[in-house]
Design a protein around this ligand. Sequence first.
Ligand code: PEP
Ligand code: MG
Length: 915
Amino acid sequence: MADSLNPTFRSDTGPAATPRYVYRFGGGVSDGGDTGHGGDKNLLGGKGANLDGMASIGLPVPPGFTISTAMCTRYYEEGQAFPDSLRAEVAKGIAHIEGITGKAFGDVANPLLVSVRSGARVSMPGMMDTVLNLGLNDATVEGLARVSGDQRFAWDSYRRFVQMYADVVLELDHGAFEEALEIAKEDKGAQLDTDLSADDLKALVATYKRLVQEEWGRPFPQDVHDQLWGAVGAVFGSWQSERAKVYRRLNDIPANWGTAVNVQAMVFGNMGDTSATGVAFTRDPAKGDRAYYGEFLINAQGEDVVAGIRTPQYLTKVARETAGAKAASMEEAMPEVYGQLAKVFDLLETHYRDMQDIEFTVERGQLWMLQTRSGKRTAKAALKIAVDMAEEGLISQEEAVARVDPSALDQLLHPTLDPAAPRDVLTKGLPASPGAASGAAVFDAETAQAWAERGEAVILVRVETSPEDIHGMHAARGILTARGGMTSHAAVVARGMGRPCVSGAGALTIDARQRRMRIGTREIDEGETITIDGATGEVMAGEVATVQPELSGDFGTLMVWADKVRRLRVRTNAETPADCRVARDFGAEGIGLCRTEHMFFDAARITAVRQMILAEDERGRRVALDRLLPEQRADFAEIFTIMAGLPCTIRLLDPPLHEFLPHEEEEFAEVARAAGVGVETLKRRAAELHEFNPMLGHRGCRLGVTYPEIYEMQARAIFEAAVDVAEKTGAAPIPEVMVPLVGTRRELELMKVVIDQAAEAVFAEKGRRIDYLVGTMIELPRAALRAADIAHDAAFFSFGTNDLTQTTLGVSRDDAARFLGVYVDQGIYAKDPFVSLDVEGVGELIRIAAERGRSTRADIKLGICGEHGGDPASIAFCEEVALDYVSASPYRIPAARLAAAQASLVRAAQRSIST
Ligand code: PEP
Ligand code: MG
């Protein structure tokens, strides 16, 4: 229980010890502005700064003062004591309010009532919120009754004050007060608080005061100055409450920020039918339209709007008519005040240059502004408001670019669930690939394809996916897996395809034989409709309505502005012609990663790939490779044509073998047929190739080192296609041939010889040369550390941060989902390191590799192609270490362009500060 009513004061020593702590506002005064702080949030807190800001532009703000955050810091530095000088400063603040209102604090004839509120730099749950009507006591309540001519209003105000004060300042159990109110209502047979008469409320105040005496051991404070200091002390005290400390810890808010205290004259929206209270947004926070948006209640207090006891009325006539509501809008009921309010909205937008969320009160026809702050908005509204405001000349194009959250764009590019539609949520997995989709649940790729071919929407549900599922994933509207993290096969492939995906929904049990899945007690059979939301990870029963994205208009405009300020190039991770087209439409400036093993996923080719992998010797492999060569060449030719003249990084084969080995009998039979060997021989070979840790196994360039003919075939396909396209279209592609999973210079040296020889052979055969580069992925810590050495043979580095994260953290990218959630909850990692780069660890390696690579080859081209290339925070880091480009899956390109532009703006601002 708090004892804040007896504050400790200490005498100030010397002039330096008495800085100013109280800042007045209202009635033509705005001390915050006078001191040059101009509504400084750090000093006055968010609420105080905005009150001061409103006062400074002449808006009707009830007069008041703010005790600064610096006082809070000093209060704790001095063992929870106030300096003596604060007494005089607060007295001056009260005198300011008295002077403007003509009322006096504690005066029986015309009492001044104030509100006391906390206000940190950022709004903080867990802090003392609000005390209203402070200044009422047994004597002043009579004065209020006389002045207002309303006994009931006066006693209701006193009743509310005692209850709030007991709760938030004295920290007494508020249950007892609620109960007393309920009993009073029951005694009177009253339904609502408003049914209680002045006498009932008078009796209730007496009960409340008795409760205070019993619980607190002292009478309810009658001295208004004691009341005020008690409330001020309670605000500062709440800064160190357990709830506030927890909130600060979770949100990285330093303890020395402190909170401010705002003391302000009360105004009343419940003084009859010419009084009202309301909340408003200066633009529509859902759609972003330039229309005032809000609600109000006549003869009510702010809490009545929030409490939902009475149905609020619309602000504007248009809104009322659109909603088909009967009760008059404010525009109709109070046209004059509404006109003033509309002017205030415009002034506020001009001053703050952003959409505002506002609270106001009308007291007997006089408008008062109680609060303003930047309004929360949907992604769609954020985009529209930013573009509109730039076009209106309110903000610059750069500011518009900086204001839209890139991750929100993801939401806008895919169909999203209609927020108004009801949802029957079954479970939640990881939000692996954005967008929402509904369809019949199917449990294998063949069914997915067959049903899709007959025109049905399906969701492919698998324990986890593998390359054999690709055709099913393509056919499905969305993918749901029970296992696998954000970089699992399902997640990576789905993002690449732009299919919504929820991965790692651990509560899901799939019985593929029975064609059924189970979540707790719920069962979903094959064919039953489900919906997944890849942006939230939710899995729902039945169909949920969606809304379609809009790619032109505001979206297009913002993208043009972003591109003007962006330094980082943005490429795409893509390997199919369809993905390449989508990526170009979204503005990709080349390919940053073409995973050639994904080009083998096609059902017609996978057998040849398996034949190649399972071959006993080079001859066997060459037979399979000869079958693959023309197919690869045709694929590359199509990609080079779509990407006309842009750089295309083609990565040589990097198949984690377990993803490619056959599992089912019929798969073995098919490969055996194609290779002309027995099934048993194949099975033996597959058993030989089995790996305990395939991600660290015979993959990447290790395959090229042991079987160079594989890389030779791929290099040949690349160069043949490139020369053909150059000849046919006149736009020579720039192939960048990339070697995966390099750890040592020697590996790259060997592979470069294979690639260069293939190039020379093709150029000689075709009688035409084209430019190309050979480079490597940096995805192993050793490669990052030895970058100076490796750069001798690499014209470019592309950071493969999926594997680099896996190998630096020693955390399996496929198994991490099982425990990473707990790690993030416990703050071990701030975010999933497979989603947002671990800047401290993996970032350090990137920094080292970039520096060392450049020390050998100053113009080495540097990019990133792990999943982090589409993550805004990771992109900011890429700008910091001055990479040349980021590469992201097609649907993440717009967000990457925007994030890259924002990163450029931040860097430019940092440079201008440091010079
Ligand atoms: C990586 O490791 O970051 C990468 C892009 O390669 P993959 O995801 O194919 O292993
Ligand atoms: Mg990799």
